[in-house]
Design a protein around this ligand. Structure first.
Ligand SMILES: Nc1ncnc2c1ncn2[C@@H]1O[C@H](COP(=O)(O)OP(=O)(O)OP(=O)(O)O)[C@@H](O)[C@H]1O
Length: 233
């Protein structure tokens, strides 16, 4: 069964389609990177998958469960990492992780919390510091640790590498590859062609609400993808 499935998923505002007839499956062990210009429909897609928006027609399923009809059940399988991960600034990394794990219904001993943060790439000495001192990349790592702690099968990300420096981006790529190695599925909206080539198993290009290309990433170069992207949009 696919971790994520979209069937004829559409969203219209008045007569304008922000997303039209999206058909897509994402499996365990996949990183699907969705490219597209500003306004192409990437965030709308993520919001429909999360159940934040009601589709005009079609449906999104997570682990075979329809999102809109089973909001609570599907949320258990999903973690969302927005462009800027919102956490409590006056709590430490490990305290934030503990707090959000409990909200998701999990209580972990401190060492287990540290192991999630280790796996997400956060340095041990940083995990006791207040979140307000964290960089964007460090916040993102706490977001990934929360996804791990809540045992999400699907991790949705919106523009995860925007504003990250090259080293942090490289680290992020390694962490994502580790996650899919453990059977997670990742779906991300991005403008980062280079990074999509580096990490994706498949790449989609969206134009005016339609997924016009889906490419299996088996050796496409960043230059080739950029050319295809520019010809498409
Ligand atoms: N609440 C809304 N009411 C009307 N139109 C909307 C609404 N939300 C989004 N849209 C429109 O839907 C289209 C898709 O927007 P969306 O935010 O999904 O694009 P995007 O690909 O995520 O863009 P970006 O890269 O800038 O984040 C755009 O034309 C946008 O103006």
């Amino acid at each position: 069964m696919s971790v994520l499935k979209a069937e004829q998923l559409s969203k219209a505002y008045n007569d304008t389609f922000a997303l039209r007839n999206l058909n897509l499956s994402v499996e365990k062990g996949e990183i699907f990177c969705l490219l597209g210009q500003n306004g192409a429909g990437k965030t709308t897609t993520i919001n429909l998958i999360l159940g934040f928006l009601a589709p005009t027609s079609g449906r999104a399923l997570i682990n075979g469960i329809e999102v809109r009809q089973n909001d609570v059940a599907t949320k258990k399988h999903v973690a969302y990492i927005p462009e800027v991960v919102q956490l409590y600034g006056n709590l430490s990394g490990v305290e934030n992780l503990d707090f959000f794990s409990r909200i998701a219904g999990y209580r972990y001993p401190t060492e287990a919390l540290h192991e999630f943060l280790d796996k997400a790439g956060l340095q041990r000495e940083a995990s006791a510091r207040r979140l307000s001192t964290y960089s964007k990349g460090m916040r993102q790592k706490v977001g990934i640790a929360i996804a791990l702690a809540k045992k999400a099968d699907l991790i949705l990300m919106d523009e995860p590498t925007s504003g990250l420096d090259p080293k942090a981006t490289d680290e992020f790529t390694t962490i994502c590859k580790g996650l899919i190695g453990e059977g997670k599925a990742i779906f991300m909206a991005t403008h980062d062609i280079f990074n999509a080539v580096n990490m994706a198993t498949r790449i989609g290009i969206m134009k005016q609400g339609e997924l016009v290309h889906t490419i299996t990433n088996s050796g496409i170069t960043a230059n080739e993808l950029q050319t295809l992207y520019l010809e498409t949009i």
